[in-house]
Design a protein around this ligand. Structure first.
Ligand code: CMP
Length: 138
């Protein structure tokens, strides 16, 4: 069954001019782009988006990084989208990411790891709703 996931191309990947390379990999892997935006989060908005990690020691670093420059957010559709996309992006820590994955190719470290991918259908819905209304989806 066709399902949805949510992704962010993070500030490090945007700064490194990797938006095009990453979108090409996403398309080549068979995802359909349902919605997409180029924007910059305020610290407050980044803190709100990552509120589930508020108790983690790296939270303030994460919020500062995610509000440090523009990002691309998108909703992606494919069969088994969440799991399929997590395979495409590789492990959270690029040092542990498989060859040929987006993070292996384009991420520097666990904090600046080029892309975000939802970890469940439920979170994909919540995260997509943070950035997009039903009118933004095609
Ligand atoms: P993401 O999938 O966007 O969701 C939470 C983020 O927290 C994760 O990607 C990582 O970039 C970040 N993160 C996880 N562990 C660490 C860490 N030890 N130090 C800094 N950032 C981290």
């Amino acid at each position: 069954m066709s399902t949805f996931t949510f992704t962010i191309i993070k500030p490090d990947a945007v700064r490194a001019s990797n938006i095009g390379n990453i979108l090409a990999m996403i398309n080549k892997a068979g995802f359909r782009i349902v919605a997409m935006k180029y924007l910059k989060l305020s610290e407050q908005q980044a803190g709100q988006f990552y509120a589930v990690h508020a108790h983690r020691p790296f939270y303030s670093e994460l919020v500062a990084f995610m509000s440090s420059g523009p990002i691309v957010t998108a909703v992606l559709e494919k069969e088994d989208a969440v799991a399929s996309f997590r395979t495409l992006i590789g492990a959270t820590n690029p040092a542990e990411a498989a060859e040929g994955t987006i993070r292996k190719l384009y991420a520097a470290n666990v904090g600046e790891n080029a892309v975000h991918g939802s970890d469940s259908d439920e979170n994909a819905q919540i995260e997509a709703n943070f950035f997009f209304s039903s009118l933004d989806r095609f």
